[in-house]
Design a protein around this ligand. Structure first.
Ligand code: FAD
Ligand code: SF4
Length: 478
């Protein structure tokens, strides 16, 4: 069922709604073709009551149902709604787990039981052993668990990334239905040339295309960003995975099969396996362990407003204009754009994490709360005070300059210091450390940053504080 209780919970990117409805409708059609009885409620159907509970109550009555069975939803709210419904109606019910993850919802909480900080690395190693993935008996294949250091090349235009393997859809009919219902969205719909997969066979083709022509460069250029190419060697598989058109087990098995003799390409393969087996399973476990309180956390006490240009991309800082502009146009940005450009800015500018979370949840094609909220609130905004990030992901302009070509076309100058035309990232970086000095002074992984702050002269500190306050007062005009 396509319901207003979901479409109106926050403002969504147009492509999120089109993509999800298209995939749901294609799935319903495939079930019907296989002989199942399917009752599908479209967004514009007059009989649609627009909430899971109300639609189910009506369906149970129409079909004289005595019970309801469902597969565990990924949303904490839907889970609650379904449980309340069957209880209030006195219906029999049965809930089944899902084959779309390696582990069950509570597995991480059990694994971390009693630990104050949760580190993904231990979890990842445990799963590598448990599922015997990239292992040489008890040792990691290639002699190390992690090849991250080999995955940090900037991309200078070579090798050429392959052409987009996604097919083009005309989803103007679905878009028309959404508009006719008066649902408020943002971002470009691209309804006549819609690129996200709508079914399993398209998703499998995308997986093959990634394995054939991108995997070999995935590791090296995982962190690279370029205004000449928006997606580089990233797989674009997150939408297919999160909508369950693909199963993570089949994705990993397809990728591991591409391991070359002598483990030649182990760094790319391990880098990819780590994202899905490690991070994806990990953030899901964090979500189920910490909901419903997780959504409201704000340990850093940040309260600034999200600037207006998050909704139209009109900002002079080139790295943000490229990354946000691309997000609004395509509903996609890769991990480093999300973490080290947009998220980095929000954290340094001390923006209210709830506003940041709602923007991320609305904008990306793959955004579902179970995966988006730990990534945004925990990893990117340090809003849980470091439950799983041992230090905040922050950087000055140096990192963006090293990993992208954004700085050369920017109105701001990263060689200047704390003046009106100097790069705002640099001033905000030092001002963030200055404001949170006490908290981070005790963190061994922050020692070097705090030492560098302490080396600043009083004059420079005054300049940082003065410019930071000007920047914070004029966020909408950056
Ligand atoms: P690739 O770079 O090709 O990676 C392969 C796969 O690994 C992805 O498809 C994804 O399934 C998985 N993966 C990689 N990193 C992560 C991660 N940190 N957490 C979970 N899975 C991961 N991912 C989402 O799926 N939905 C989100 O809403 C989401 N929000 C994010 C918000 C922030 C602030 C950050 C920093 C990251 C977020 N991520 C999210 C993780 C990651 O950025 C995306 O999974 C990735 O960019 C999707 O593009 P891709 O399929 O081309 O990924
Ligand atoms: Fe971004 Fe600063 Fe570089 Fe401009 S100079 S692109 S604002 S990091």
């Amino acid at each position: 069922m396509e319901v207003r209780s979901e479409t109106d919970r926050l403002m969504h990117h147009a492509q999120q709604l089109i993509g999800i409805f298209a995939a749901m409708r294609a799935f319903a059609d495939s079930l019907a073709r296989d002989g199942h009885a399917v009752h599908y409620l479209k967004i514009g159907d007059p009989e649609n009551r627009h909430s899971f509970a109300e639609n189910l109550t009506k369906l149970c009555s129409d079909y004289d149902a005595v019970g309801v069975e469902w597969q565990e939803p990924d949303s904490w709210y839907v889970d609650e709604e379904l449980r309340k419904l069957v209880k209030s109606q006195g219906l029999e019910f049965n809930v089944v787990s899902t084959e779309h993850f390696f582990e069950d919802r509570d597995s991480l909480a059990r694994f971390m039981d009693g630990k104050k900080s949760w580190r993904m690395e231990y979890w990842y190693r445990y799963l590598r052993k448990k599922y015997d993935l990239l292992m040489d008996s008890d040792e990691p294949l290639g002699g190390q668990w992690n090849f991250d250091v080999s995955n940090r090349k900037a991309w200078k235009g070579d090798p050429e990334p392959p052409v987009d393997a996604r097919v083009s859809h005309d989803h103007s009919g679905i878009w028309k239905e959404i508009c006719e219902c008066g649902i408020k969205t943002f971002g470009a719909p691209h309804e006549h040339d819609f690129r996200w997969p709508s079914n399993r066979s398209e998703s499998l083709r995308l997986l093959d295309a990634f394995a054939d022509s991108m995997l070999e460069n995935f590791g090296d250029y995982q962190d690279a960003m370029s205004s000449k190419h928006q997606t580089l060697f990233h797989s674009l598989l997150s939408f297919s995975l999160n909508t369950k058109m693909l199963c993570p087990k089949e994705v990993i098995s397809a990728i591991v099969k591409r391991l070359k003799p002598n483990n030649e390409n182990i760094s790319s393969i391990e880098g990819f396996v780590r994202q899905i087996l490690g991070w994806r399973e990990f953030v899901r476990g964090v979500y189920w362990a910490r909901m419903p309180d997780y959504i409201d956390i704000n340990e850093m006490r940040h309260t600034a407003k999200l600037p207006k240009w998050f909704w139209d991309g009109r900002v002079n800082m080139n790295c943000l204009r490229e990354s946000i502009g691309q997000s609004l146009d395509t509903s996609y940005a890769h991990h480093i754009q999300r973490l080290m450009v947009i998220g980095n800015f929000c954290l340094l500018a001390q923006i209210d994490p709830k506003q940041v979370h709602l923007w991320y949840l609305g904008v990306y094609i793959d955004a579902f709360e179970w995966v988006e909220s730990p990534n945004t609130l925990g990893m990117s905004q340090f809003a849980d005070g470091g439950l799983f990030a041992s230090k905040p992901y922050i950087s000055s302009s140096a990192y963006i300059h090293r990993m992208s070509d954004y700085c050369k076309d920017c109105r701001y100058d990263r060689k200047k210091k704390h003046t009106g035309d100097a790069c705002p990232f640099d001033t905000l970086y030092w001002s963030f450390l200055d404001d949170h000095r006490e908290r981070f002074a005790k963190n061994p992984r922050m020692t070097m940053m705090i030492k560098n702050l302490d080396r600043k002269s009083q004059d420079e500190l005054n300049a940082i504080r003065g410019r930071a306050s000007e920047l914070k007062g004029s966020m909408d005009r950056l």
